[in-house]
Every structure is written in structure tokens, then in C-alpha cells.
Ligand binder design. Structure first.
Ligand code: ADP
Length: 292
């Protein structure tokens, strides 16, 4: 864990379109969600804006992601939750028209610094997608694949077992390790994807609507698993399901969008407070189901 980002080879951006712009604010700026320095943050976003071409999808985001906690991003469809999430592991760099402004610090290191290799970032910040997407390979290979390409030197069998146990899947699959991961149920496939993610020992796990394709029982299993995993990892989840955010997260970030369709953060706070005593009327209207 804690591979230094700067150990990665320097990669020059391929073209102006692909180069994330680093903008250091020249004017003093008042953060809308100032960091509480008594807390331990893994990720800090400072004045982050995200663009697809000339369209600004997300504007001026200042949020902090606390270590060993589950942070939920909620808000109406299209307000930029997934965009913001994918910025944390530079997945959006793969979209040619994408660029971002501002600073994202991972353990204090600027993710957009030129010396930072996005591949190294993705090793430290894993991602679980909406639709379970195991590789068309055996259960064992699904979990061993990442460590193998990272040159893991330890015992792969032990690592596969450990990762499957951590993902609460071992008992289901210990006799099916050679079977295709795609033959598992939807909920098992998603836990396999989580096992695959934790096999490379990331610090942060991003989850983009990880339960939206799952039945209620599998959804609760994943939520329980998240509570276990946060003891070792930091989790950021995008969810449309407000009950899920209320049940499963420690901190909630509520986003909405303005007339320019750019998403922005209305309020960040402890989940209980956001759902029972929000500071902003927009948050109250959203969490009480009056819009969105
Ligand atoms: P949410 O996750 O809140 O539903 P998204 O982050 O998916 O919102 O989308 C935010 C905005 O960015 C939307 O207007 C969406 O159409 C736009 N957007 C998302 N992905 C792309 C893309 N690859 N290219 C262009 N626009 C995109």
C-alpha cells in the first residue's frame, strides 16, 4: 500500500485535449466545505471543475473524503456524481474531450501533477462499476489477474483466498475457483469484482452505483461488506438510492445542478445530519423526495 505516485514513470499528456489543466487559484478563495483539520482525509478536492469539451459538467467542488469511512455522493441524475467519482482515479482521462481544473490531493499529493502516472493512481484507487463486469475467465484468474500484472511476488493462491474471504465470497466459490466468474449470480459477480479490486490492495475504493443491478438481498450483502471493508479501505459510493446512502454511509455529499447544467455541491456532512437536519433547503427538498 501507499506506493508513492512519484515512483511511476513520468508520462507527458498525449495532446492538449487530454491534458488535465492544473489551475492554481491566484485569488484567495473561500472553500465552500472547508476541511476540518482534526480529521484524517485521504482525498481532498479543491475547486474542482470537470469539462467534456466546452460543457462544464461539474463546477467548483471542495470536498474531503475521510479515511476509513464511507462517503456517499447523492443528487439528481446528470448532476455529475459519476464524473466527480471517476476524477478521483483519473478514469475520465480516458475520455478524449475531458479535462478538469482545480486540485485533487490523494494523501496530500496532487493527482494531476505532471509526474503522476494515471495507471499508478488507479492502482491506489480501485473502482467497482454499476454492472458487475468480471473478466471472461475463471474465478481464480479474475482475482489473480491484477496482482500478476503488477508483478506480485507472494503466494497467489493465498492472495486469491484472502481477497475472496475479504469480499465475503470464499464460502460460495471455494469449490468453483476454476469455473467462469461469469457463471456466478449477479450479487456474487459484484463481490468477485470487489475481490478483484482489493487483491491489488488499493487505499480507496470507488463504487459507482454498485447495487443498482442487484436484488435487495444481494444489495444488503454488499452494504454489509462495505461496512467491513471500510476498516481497511476508504470507500466513496455514488448511489441513486437514498435509503442506501442513509443506511450505508458515514458522510454524504449532496450535489445538484444549476441552470447551466453544471453540477455543484450543495452540502457535505455526516449522513445522519444530512438526512435529518440538512442545512440547505435544496438538500431538504431532495432527501424528503420533493424533487430529483
Ligand atoms: P450523474 O452521475 O450525476 O448522473 P454524470 O457524471 O454521469 O452524472 O453526468 C454529468 C453530465 O456530464 C451529464 O450532463 C452527462 O450527459 C455529461 N457526461 C457524462 N459523461 C460524458 C461523456 N463521456 N461525454 C460527454 N458528456 C458526458
Amino acid at each position: 500500500m501507499n506506493t508513492q505516485l512519484s515512483e511511476a514513470p513520468v508520462r507527458e499528456p498525449a495532446g492538449d485535449d487530454k491534458a488535465p489543466t492544473i489551475r492554481i487559484a491566484s485569488m484567495p478563495r473561500i472553500a465552500s466545505h472547508p476541511a476540518d483539520r482534526s480529521r484524517d482525509y485521504v482525498v481532498e478536492m479543491q475547486d474542482v471543475s470537470c469539462y467534456y469539451g466546452s460543457f462544464r459538467a461539474v463546477k467548483n467542488v471542495d470536498i474531503q473524503i475521510e479515511k476509513h469511512a464511507i462517503t456517499a455522493l447523492i443528487g439528481p441524475s446528470g448532476c455529475g456524481k459519476s464524473t466527480l467519482l471517476r476524477t478521483i482515479n483519473r478514469m475520465n482521462d480516458l475520455v478524449p474531450s475531458y479535462r478538469s481544473e482545480g486540485r485533487i490531493l490523494l494523501d496530500g499529493q496532487d493527482l494531476f501533477a505532471r509526474s503522476v502516472d494515471p495507471v499508478a493512481v488507479r492502482r491506489r484507487v480501485g473502482m467497482v462499476f454499476q454492472k458487475p463486469n468480471p473478466f471472461p475467465k475463471s474465478v481464480w484468474e479474475n482475482v489473480a489477474f491484477g496482482p500478476k500484472i503488477n508483478g506480485y511476488k507472494g503466494n497467489l493462491n493465498d492472495l486469491v483466498e484472502h481477497s475472496l474471504r475479504r469480499a465475503a465470497l470464499w464460502d460460495d466459490v471455494k469449490d468453483k475457483l476454476k469455473q467462469s466468474g461469469m457463471a456466478l449470480s449477479g450479487g456474487q459477480q459484484q463481490r468477485l469484482c470487489i475481490a478483484r479490486t482489493i487483491a491489488v490492495n488499493p487505499e480507496v475504493i470507488l463504487m459507482d452505483e454498485p447495487c443498482s443491478a442487484l436484488d435487495p438481498r444481494s444489495t444488503l450483502q454488499i452494504e454489509e461488506l462495505m461496512r467491513e471493508l471500510k476498516k481497511e479501505y476508504t470507500i466513496v459510493i455514488v448511489t441513486h438510492n437514498m435509503q442506501q446512502a442513509a443506511r450505508a454511509s458515514d458522510t454524504t455529499v449532496f450535489m445538484t445542478m444549476g441552470e447551466d447544467r453544471a453540477g455543484y455541491v450543495v452540502e457535505q456532512g455526516e449522513t445522519v445530519g444530512i438526512f435529518t437536519n440538512p442545512k440547505n433547503q435544496l438538500t431538504e427538498d431532495y432527501v424528503s423526495g420533493r424533487f430529483g
